[in-house]
Design a protein around this ligand. Structure first.
Ligand SMILES: NC(=O)c1ccc[n+]([C@@H]2O[C@H](COP(=O)([O-])OP(=O)(O)OC[C@H]3O[C@@H](n4cnc5c(N)ncnc54)[C@H](OP(=O)(O)O)[C@@H]3O)[C@@H](O)[C@H]2O)c1
Length: 347
């Protein structure tokens, strides 16, 4: 690190996740000497809150960075993350482009930070639904193992990008004023006042969406346990921010709801809200703007002596994306890993 701090690029800085990453780098006092925002050619020259001016991606403009935090979609990542890495930066990428590649660590800061040690210049931030779930599952996994998960998600539209938020609000406004809605663009159907069993997209010949496949594959990679059976249904609901998940967890060894509650109460990054008789359980609107993962409705599955049911909620833009990316940068800094590659190369 230069004496004053790192040079940090934020690619996708005008988007929902990028805007939050910029805010979090400042709020959490990440030791950055300079932060440079990048976005598409449409935004070049735009001044952001705080006075930073957006730059465009070019071979010249990407030189000299220590870290590059990406949230600009898979194709931008595919094209530019390796170039930033070749130019000496460590890339932390929010897209799904690199997540399942063997030499790319897929890291949740509270769950598997040690995986960072093996990075080769690109580190992947998991999918938002997987991220919040594994934060809650990790303490249960360590205590009792996990045999099978049955997951139903209730995912907010901000997970699709800014355009989807506008579409939900426009449709809601039109319908409340008894006007016809425009042809849906973000989703196959109207999202306002509806629930779509179609979060993500269906690849040809696959009866699961890519979002469901991510939950299956990323959970196994992060917990380093390919034997976990996962069944997932991802549903898009008309919520702006905050993904909710009903998760049935079948453990390998006996685990009581009381012990699970105790473990979750002690877990980093988790807040337990669990007093259903007083209507206390996690809600998307309460999780919005917070960095923790909230867990409630912790109970025995009456249908299985080794299964528990949980309700897990988090802000998909914060812990589901921006917060974890910045936490990864913090761990890299704390462990002296930012320039470890340069040091190894110069030996
Ligand atoms: N939203 C979530 O909950 C969530 C969670 C986890 C991961 N992610 C991932 O994070 C990424 C961004 O999501 P988001 O919700 O922030 O999307 P968004 O609000 O639509 O923002 C997209 C950003 O990417 C930039 N961009 C688009 N094309 C580009 C290009 N060719 N070159 C450079 N920059 C380009 C945009 O710049 P302009 O403003 O100039 O168009 C904008 O800054 C996606 O990969 C998404 O899958 C999102």
């Amino acid at each position: 690190m230069a004496s004053q701090g790192y040079r940090v690029a934020v690619v996708g800085a005008t988007g929902q996740v990028g805007t939050l990453m910029l805010e979090l780098l400042r709020e959490r006092r990440f030791p950055a000497a300079e932060i440079v925002p990048f976005a598409s050619q449409r935004s070049v020259g735009r001044e952001l809150d705080g006075g930073l001016v957006v730059r465009g991606l070019s071979e010249d403009s990407i030189q000299g960075f220590d870290l590059a935090l990406f949230s600009a979609g898979g194709s931008t990542s595919g094209a530019w993350a390796p170039r930033f890495a070749d130019a000496g930066a460590i890339v932390i990428d929010n897209s799904s482009r690199w997540r399942m590649q063997d030499d790319v660590p897929l890291v949740v800061s509270e769950v598997n930070p040690d995986a960072l040690e093996a990075h080769n210049g690109i580190i992947a931030n998991p999918n938002c639904s997987t991220m919040q779930m594994v934060v809650a599952l990790k303490p249960l996994y360590d205590e009792a193992g996990i045999e099978r998960l049955v997951i139903s998600t209730y995912q907010a539209v901000s997970g699709t990008g800014r355009g989807a938020v506008e579409e939900l609000l426009d449709q809601s406004h039109a319908l409340l004023h008894e006007r016809d809605i425009e042809q849906p663009g973000a989703y196959a159907h109207q999202i306002a006042f509806n629930a779509l069993p179609h979060a993500g997209s269906f690849a040809p010949g696959d009866d699961h969406t890519d979002e469901e496949r991510k939950l299956i594959n990323e959970t196994r990679k992060i917990l380093a346990d390919p034997g976990i059976a996962v069944s997932a249904t991802c549903v898009r609901v008309p919520v702006v921010t905050g993904h909710s998940e009903a998760v049935n967890v079948q453990t390998r060894r006996e685990l009581s709801p009381a012990r699970a509650r105790e473990l979750l109460e002690a877990a980093p990054g988790v807040t337990v809200l669990d007093d259903p008789a007083s209507a206390l359980y996690p809600l998307a609107i309460d999780a919005t703007g917070k960095d923790d993962v909230f867990v409630g409705r912790i109970r025995r599955d009456p249908g299985h002596e080794r299964a528990l049911d949980l309700w897990i909620v988090a802000d998909n833009l914060r812990k589901g994306a921006a917060t974890n990316a910045v936490q990864i940068a913090e761990v890299l800094h704390e462990r002296g890993l930012v320039h470890a590659r340069d040091a190894a190369a110069s030996v």
